[in-house]
Design a protein around this ligand. Structure first.
Ligand code: NAD
Length: 466
């Protein structure tokens, strides 16, 4: 035991859940070890949010340039080199990773490189570069998830790829089959279509983005279809055949493409981290049960991120990480889930927070919807981003905002106002009475609130909703 280094807090996994937890624990004066088997920044920075958004920015710019003549700007010939786009993406990731490494170092956190497993409730054995066993008063587990394989057609990463290997490619295919029209499937469908790839999207359930509000799925379906993306729903892809000519999905009819992306969810990294040695039994789906303080059933062991809730979002992981770190260093903070924004970087973008109309009804509310189209907005007309709508879901008797959805330009940023509104239990009156600058996209919320109140300003009169 004397050789074993002792820490106040050890964090297993340096993704968007783990490294913020380590930073907050260090800020609270704790001696902190952060253990990572790959790169700091985790999936989000290295293989997810950031590289995909870098490529998506390329796709959007390319689409915008193609429409430049609508602005009176005539670009003679537009072309791109995907390899250069991929290089730009890699440079962004590499710079951001250095920034995180710098933060870890400047907060005097000990970064240990290797694969960590619990060997008791307070010990972690690390294999790899910094092989050793450490002792920690408190442990925060933040090991995340990885793309889920379908057994019948495992990834070969050449013709059947997961999102990680698709992001790593330096050339574009001519055509792609995307299995699964969830967040990853739809973001890649949008990106690849922007860059001229022929996309076929196959989804098991009756609509794409099945977890989102129906209005959002419908709007995206219409938009994708107009852009030439082939969508097939109610399709259970059970096999993919590969040959030197490409990939074929047999779904009653034959669908062929050069490669296939399988994006059917993620599996949790909880199987091989020694949970049993610490006395933690994950639920059947692999999720580790935690309380509002992010503490597991074993006192002193916390879990955050994908492994600790159904909210598989980087920003949720970060918030959970901060809560866990506060509690691991003597605090008493609690996690709340009523106002979690969810953002999807299709073109146009999607932002949602709180309840959908269907969920509000299921919960026994008497909801009304105030909806406003981008088209009716001066700023949207001026910049030609007229596709889409915003809507607020409001509890009629109290006026409280229960949820909001937005499909359109900058939706991922605009949803933040509704997250603040819901987190602070604001009413639609408070949004309607707040002066929103003109001409801006933010006016969508004020106008939606006016619609919900039955006093629309820039739409023809209609009777009060509900
Ligand atoms: P997902 O759960 O969002 O979607 C998977 C889809 O695949 C579902 O719609 C499902 O019905 C479908 N499916 C499953 N089996 C199928 C089959 N055999 N044939 C056809 N369709 C099938 O999962 P994902 O898109 O892989 O994303 C993984 C996670 O990463 C999600 O939890 C997501 O929240 C997160 N993520 C978030 C963002 C973001 O916030 N912008 C971006 C990327 C990923």
């Amino acid at each position: 035991m004397s050789d074993i280094k002792k820490y106040d807090v050890a964090v297993l996994g340096a993704g968007p859940g783990g490294y913020p937890a380590a930073i907050r624990a260090a800020q609270k004066g704790a001696k902190v070890a952060l253990i990572e088997t790959a790169e700091v920044g985790g999936t989000c920075l290295n293989r997810g949010c950031i590289p995909s958004k870098a490529l998506i920015a390329n796709g959007e710019l390319y689409r915008q340039i193609q429409k430049s003549n609508e602005f009176g700007i005539f670009v003679e010939k537009v072309s791109f080199k995907y390899e250069a786009m991929a290089k730009r993406k890699d440079e962004i990731v590499s710079q951001m990773r250095k920034n995180v490494e710098g933060l870890v170092q400047s907060n005097k956190i000990t970064l240990l490189s290797g694969y960590g497993r619990l060997i008791s409730p307070q010990e972690i054995k690390i294999q790899g570069k910094d092989a050793q066993t450490i002792f920690a008063e408190n442990i925060i587990l933040a090991t995340g998830s990885e793309p889920r394989e379908i057994q019948a057609f495992p990834f070969d990463q050449k013709q059947i790829l997961d999102s990680t290997s698709l992001l790593n490619r330096t050339e574009l295919p001519k055509s792609i089959i995307i299995v699964g029209a969830g967040v990853i499937g739809c973001e890649f469908a949008s990106l690849y279509n922007s860059l001229g790839v022929q996309v076929t999207l196959l989804e098991l359930l009756p609509r794409i983005l099945p977890m989102e509000a129906e209005e959002i799925s419908l709007a995206l379906t219409q938009s994708f279809t107009k852009r030439g993306i082939q969508i097939k729903t109610n399709v259970n892809v059970q096999s993919l055949q590969t040959s030197k000519n490409g990939v074929e999905a047999n779904i009653g009819e034959s669908v062929k493409a050069e490669i296939a992306l399988v994006a059917v969810g993620r599996s949790l990294n909880t199987k091989d981290i020694g949970l049993e040695k610490a006395g933690i039994v994950p639920e059947k789906n692999g999720i580790i049960k935690v309380n509002e303080r992010m503490e597991t059933e074993v006192p002193g062991i916390f879990a955050v991120g994908d492994i600790a809730s159904k909210w598989w979002l980087a920003h949720v992981a970060t918030h959970q990480g901060i809560i866990a770190a506060e509690n691991a260093t003597g605090g008493n903070e609690r996690m709340h889930y009523n106002a979690i924004p969810s953002v999807i970087f299709t073109d146009p973008e999607i932002g949602t927070v709180g309840m959908t109309l269907a969920q509000a009804k299921e919960m026994g509310y008497s909801p009304i919807v105030g909806s406003y189209p981008f088209q009716a907005l001066g700023k949207a007309q001026a910049s030609k981003h007229t596709e889409g709508f915003a809507q607020v879901i409001v509890d009629k008797p109290t006026g409280q905002i229960l949820g909001a959805q937005i499909f359109g330009y900058e939706a991922t940023t605009l949803i933040a106002e509704m997250a603040v509104a819901i987190a602070n239990e604001l009413t639609m009156e408070s949004i309607a009475e707040t002066i929103h600058a003109h001409p801006t996209y933010a006016e969508l919320w004020m106008e939606s609130a006016f619609v919900a109140l039955g006093t629309p300003l820039h739409l023809p009169p209609r009777k009060r909703l509900g």
